[in-house]
Design a protein around this ligand. Structure first.
Ligand SMILES: Cc1cc2nc3c(=O)[nH]c(=O)nc-3n(C[C@H](O)[C@H](O)[C@H](O)COP(=O)(O)OP(=O)(O)OC[C@H]3O[C@@H](n4cnc5c(N)ncnc54)[C@H](O)[C@@H]3O)c2cc1C
Length: 604
C-alpha cells in the first residue's frame, strides 16, 4: 500500500477533485479524534505579573487599559529569576500554525529563533488550509481568477477589513502554499485538494490538506475490489503537519519552550518591544530579553467571556457551543493592548460559527449507537469497521446538510438548507435554542451523488451509507421521532407534508433550495434525526497591524519590534468567517507567517 506516496498531480486526485463542504467536514470529522490533543495547560497572563519581582526600568505603562476587557496593564517586571538573552534571535509567542509558519521559515533562512508557548505542545484543530492558485491547485484545474474573486469576498465582509491584507493573500498565498507543499514532499506527506463544487455554494478551490502521516492516513485507491478502497482517515491533517514543522525548527536549532506563559511584553525606553516576561513550566519568572523582534501568534479569545461580550457579542450566547480550544483566552490581544497597541477597527469581530452535529462527533452517532458501541460491534471485522468510519465521515459532510430537511425546535422549516456551513451556523444561532434537527429517510441515499471521503479519497457507495444508517437507529413513526427529540409532532408532520409537496413540484417556492437537493421524506420511514448546533470554533479579531504585520498603536504608528500573525492579528475577516475559502484561517496564518519571516529577516 502506497499511502505516503500518492502523486501530487491531477491523476492522483479523484475525478470529483473538489468536494462541497468537504474541508469543513474534515475538520469536524476530526474533531472527536483530536479533542484529546488540545493541550491541557491554559493559563492567561496573570494580572499580578509576579509582583514579588517587580522593579523599575521597563517602560510598559501600568494603569488602566483603554480596553476594559483587558484589565489594567500589570506593573512592569524588570527583575527575573532567570534571564534568557535573545541577542540576535527572534522571539515567537505561540505554537500554532501562525507561530510555526514564521519560525520554520526563519530557521530555513538561517535565522535564530526562540519559541515560547503556554501549552505543552503545538496547537490547532482541523486541517483545511486555503490558498489561492498554488502550483498544485493550478495543476488540478483549481485556478481562481482573484480579480473576480476579491470583489465578491470584500462584499461578503462589507469591505470592513483591511483590503491590503486580502490583496496580499490573493496574490501570494499560492507561493506560501508551494513552500508548504515542498515541505510535505520532503517529509513524505501527501497534499490533497478538497473538492469544491462550483455552483450555488460558490466555494473556491484551494483547500489543501496535508495528510498521509502517522496521524492522518488515507488512501485514494478507488478500485472497488481493493482492500484499500476506503479512506482510513483517523485524525486531522494538521496533526501530521505541525509536528513536522516543530521538528524541523528544533533540528534547525530553534529553542523551544512549552508550558511557558508570556505575562507581559518588555518595552525598551525607546518604545521598542524587545522581549517578554514569562512564567516558566517550573513557575519561575523568566525574562526573555534583547530579541530582534517579538511576534505574537497567540490565537483567539473564544474562552474569555468578557472579550466575547465586548468584541463579538453574537458569539456570546448560551445557544452557542464553545470549548474547543481551551487555551484561547485572548492573551496576545491583552499583551498587545497593555503595550500600547490598538485593537482592529473592524467591529464587531467575526466569529467562526459553524453548524455542527456536536453530539454526533462527540461520540453519539446518528444511528443511535455510540462510536464506541459501533467499534465494539465490529471489532472482529476491521473491514466493516473501516467502511463504517468512511460512511460516518461522509454522512457528517452530508448532514451539513444539503438534501435533508431541517426544522427548528418548533418543528418548522426556516431556511434554504443548501447553504455554506459558515453561514448556516448563523442561521442556526437564530433558531430557538440554537439547535436544529436534520430529518431524513433512507431514500436520502438515492439523492446523493457519489461522495469522496473528505480528503478527496475514494467514493463511498450507497451500501456504505446503508451500513451507517443501521435500522436500530431509525424511528418507525414521525410521532416517535418527534417525542424523542422534543419536537411538536403536529407541526412537524405539517412541515414534512409541505416539504414533500415542494419536492414533488421540483421547485422550493418557500426557500429556493435547488431542485436537485429536494429529497422528499419517505412516509414509510424509518425516520432519522440528527440534531445540529451552532458552535463557536474561533473568534477572528485581533490587533491592528499594517500589511507587514507590524502592530500599530492608537495613533496608527508602528510599535517597533512587535508583530502579530494568525488569529491575534486583526482586520482580516469581517461579519462572519466565510467558508467560501475553506481553511482560510490556517491559510492566512501560513501565508502571512511565511511572508513575515522574509520581512523580518531583511528588516529586523
Ligand atoms: C474544531 C475546529 C476545527 C477547525 N478546523 C479548521 C480548519 O480546518 N481550517 C482552518 O483554517 N481553521 C480551522 N480551525 C481554526 C483553527 O484551529 C485556528 O484558526 C488556528 O488554530 C489558529 O492558529 P493560530 O496559530 O493563530 O492560533 P492557535 O493555534 O490557537 O495557537 C495559539 C498559540 O498561542 C499560545 N499562547 C497563547 N497565549 C499565550 C501566552 N500568554 N504565552 C505563551 N503562549 C501563548 C498557545 O500555547 C498556542 O500555542 C478549527 C477550529 C476548531 C475549533
Amino acid at each position: 500500500m502506497e499511502r505516503n506516496n500518492i502523486e501530487r498531480n491531477a491523476s492522483g486526485l479523484s475525478r470529483r477533485s473538489f468536494i462541497t463542504g468537504a474541508a469543513a467536514a474534515g475538520a469536524i470529522a476530526a474533531m472527536g479524534a483530536v479533542a484529546g490533543c488540545a493541550p491541557s495547560q491554559a493559563s492567561s497572563p496573570s494580572s499580578g505579573a509576579s509582583a514579588e519581582t517587580g522593579g523599575s526600568g521597563s517602560s510598559q505603562a501600568a494603569g488602566a487599559s483603554a480596553y476594559d476587557w483587558a484589565g489594567p496593564a500589570p506593573e512592569p517586571v524588570t527583575e527575573f529569576e532567570e534571564t534568557v538573552d535573545l541577542t540576535g534571535q527572534y522571539l515567537i509567542v505561540g505554537a500554532g500554525m501562525s507561530g510555526y509558519a514564521v519560525a520554520t521559515r526563519l530557521i530555513e533562512l538561517g535565522e535564530k529563533v526562540t519559541l515560547v508557548a503556554k501549552t505543552d505542545s503545538w496547537t490547532g484543530i482541523g486541517g483545511s488550509v486555503f490558498a489561492f492558485n498554488s502550483s498544485l491547485a493550478k495543476q488540478v484545474g483549481g485556478e481562481v481568477d482573484v480579480e473576480e474573486a476579491l470583489p465578491r469576498i470584500m462584499e461578503m465582509m462589507s469591505h470592513n477589513v483591511d483590503e491590503r491584507l486580502w490583496r496580499i493573500f490573493a496574490l501570494r498565498s499560492g507561493e506560501a502554499m508551494d513552500w508548504a507543499c515542498g515541505i510535505c514532499e520532503e517529509e513524505g506527506l501527501t497534499v490533497i485538494i478538497s473538492e469544491v463544487e462550483h455552483g450555488s455554494l460558490g466555494e473556491y478551490p484551494g483547500t489543501h490538506n496535508f495528510a498521509g502521516g502517522a496521524n492522518c492516513s488515507f488512501t485514494t485507491d478507488k478500485d472497488p475490489n481493493s482492500e484499500n478502497r476506503l479512506p482510513t482517515t483517523v485524525g486531522s491533517p494538521i496533526m501530521d503537519f505541525l509536528p513536522i514543522l516543530e521538528r524541523r525548527c528544533t533540528e534547525g536549532g530553534m529553542s523551544l519552550n512549552y508550558s511557558t506563559t508570556v505575562e507581559q511584553l518588555i518595552k525598551d525606553d525607546d518604545g521598542r518591544v524587545s522581549g517578554a516576561v514569562c512564567t516558566s513550566a517550573e513557575g519561575k519568572t523568566v525574562g526573555y530579553v534583547n530579541a530582534r523582534a517579538v511576534v505574537l501568534c497567540t490565537g483567539d479569545y473564544t474562552m474569555d467571556e468578557n472579550m466575547l461580550k465586548a468584541l463579538c457579542p453574537m458569539a456570546d450566547s448560551e445557544n452557542v457551543y464553545k470549548g474547543f480550544l481551551e487555551y484561547a483566552t485572548g492573551d496576545g490581544q491583552k499583551l498587545g493592548v497593555w503595550a500600547g497597541a490598538a485593537m482592529q477597527d473592524t467591529m464587531p469581530h467575526a466569529p467562526m460559527i459553524f453548524s455542527l452535529p456536536v453530539e454526533c462527533t462527540m461520540g453519539q452517532s446518528p444511528c443511535a449507537l455510540s462510536s464506541d458501541e459501533i467499534r465494539a460491534l465490529y471489532e472482529d471485522d476491521p473491514e466493516l469497521l473501516q467502511r463504517y468510519q468512511t460512511a460516518d465521515e461522509a454522512i457528517i459532510a452530508l448532514t451539513m446538510s444539503k438534501n435533508n430537511l431541517q426544522v427548528n425546535a418548533n418543528g418548522e422549516r426556516f431556511n434554504n438548507e443548501h447553504c455554506v456551513m459558515g453561514y448556516e451556523g448563523i442561521q442556526l444561532l437564530r433558531q430557538p435554542g440554537g439547535k436544529v434537527f436534520n430529518i431524513y429517510t433512507p431514500n436520502w441515499m438515492d439523492y446523493i451523488p457519489e461522495q469522496a471521503g473528505y480528503l478527496g479519497g475514494p467514493v463511498a457507495t450507497k451500501e456504505d451509507y446503508a451500513l451507517f444508517m443501521c435500522p436500530e437507529g431509525g424511528f418507525a413513526t414521525i410521532d416517535e421521532l418527534a417525542e424523542a427529540n422534543d419536537l411538536p409532532a403536529d407541526t412537524l408532520k405539517e412541515t414534512i407534508r409541505r416539504y414533500n409537496e415542494l419536492c414533488e413540484k421540483g421547485y422550493d417556492e418557500d426557500f429556493l433550495k435547488p431542485a436537485e437537493y429536494l429529497c422528499p421524506i419517505d412516509e414509510n420511514g424509518p425516520f432519522y434525526c440528527i440534531p445540529t448546533y451552532s458552535a463557536l470554533l474561533v473568534c477572528l479579531g485581533g490587533l491592528q497591524t499594517d500589511p507587514d504585520l507590524h502592530v500599530l498603536d492608537e495613533a496608527g504608528e508602528i510599535i517597533p519590534g512587535l508583530y502579530a500573525n494568525g488569529s491575534v492579528a486583526g482586520n482580516f475577516v469581517g461579519n462572519n468567517y466565510t467558508t467560501v475559502c475553506p481553511g482560510l484561517n490556517f491559510g492566512r496564518s501560513l501565508c502571512f507567517g511565511y511572508l513575515l519571516a522574509d520581512y523580518l529577516s531583511k528588516n529586523e
